[in-house]
Ligand binder design. Sequence first.
Ligand SMILES: *Cc1c(COP(=O)(O)O)cnc(C)c1O
Length: 364
Amino acid sequence: MNALAAQLVPNSKREELLATPGFGDIFTDHMVTMRWTADVGWHDPQVGPLAAMPMHPATMALHYGQTIFEGMKAFWRPNGQRALFRAKDHARRFNNSARRMAMPTLPAEDFVAAVEALVRVDGAWVPPTRGHSLYLRPFMIASQTGLGLRPAEEYLFSVIGTPSRPASLEPKAMRLWAAPEYIRAAPGGTGAAKCGGNYGGSFIVQREAAANNCDEVVWLDARERRYVEEAGGCNLFFVESTSDGPRLRTPPLSGTLLAGITRNSILRLAQSLGYPVSEKPITLDEWEQSCRDGRITETFACGTARSIVPVGHVVSAHQDWPVGDGTAGPVTSQLHQTMLDIHHGQAVDDFGWMRLIRTEDPTE
Ligand SMILES: *Cc1c(COP(=O)(O)O)cnc(C)c1O
């Protein structure tokens, strides 16, 4: 892939943008695109200037929802290098989503090469700040024109990047809204795929959460509306207090929640730090009772976009309880900081999660 020598945003403006907090609101200078058709497969990979995509009004993605995406991050390191976190694992999950949505898979090495190509050409957009990153959004849509109700035979894959600049290094504890009236995913549905429709259907509850002074939704299982599944775009972890010290628990991958790569990373990292972990279902009632009697001392949400965020309160129409003292607990903070150390190359990458990228940084 050859990059076009385009720089849309001047250096001084980019530095100003990178210094203001935000997420998903500004975009880097370039994008990667690649096409798939049933007769030739994947072809025509390009790195070009970020630009609008003209589309026929009957583009199938707009009507039948064949759209999938990933969210992953590149981090700046003190020695000026950039590194991607668990790129191959994101490629694997992208393909799982593709299979569920009857879309073509993309060889993992092509997926990683595409993401790398964008980070190489837009390396200057990786913010040079601990806890900040370049969020990468690989996605695929059905690009065929037609209204026939069937899987498309033409697809567009693309990667865009947006700098992620949290307002502070220590995230504020979230208030979660538990709404048993709506569900995110049901057994046999698309809950384990990162497909657009899963999110469109959740916004109504996110609005309800905001109206109740909450930051995010906690989703319950579809059958019994009792078991905690995940929190909008994040997986959940509970820190349980035992006579042998703290241990971690997270709901199992039931098929109705997203297999977070952060979730998997925390399961492995926590064990390496000496915390026992378990994947065991938990009901909303058990969560409440355990917080009240001190068996659960901390809860945190985790995902690529938000990293690790403490849960301070849980609210529903009938219940409202604090988790611990309503702020980040010691285990949550330790995991958060250790993860940041790995991201930014300040701890040994024992798990082989980071992939170093050679960039074409015009400022270097
Ligand atoms: C992406 C996502 C997550 C978190 O996954 P990560 O790989 O950790 O970013 C959790 N839940 C949902 C619904 C998601 O879309």
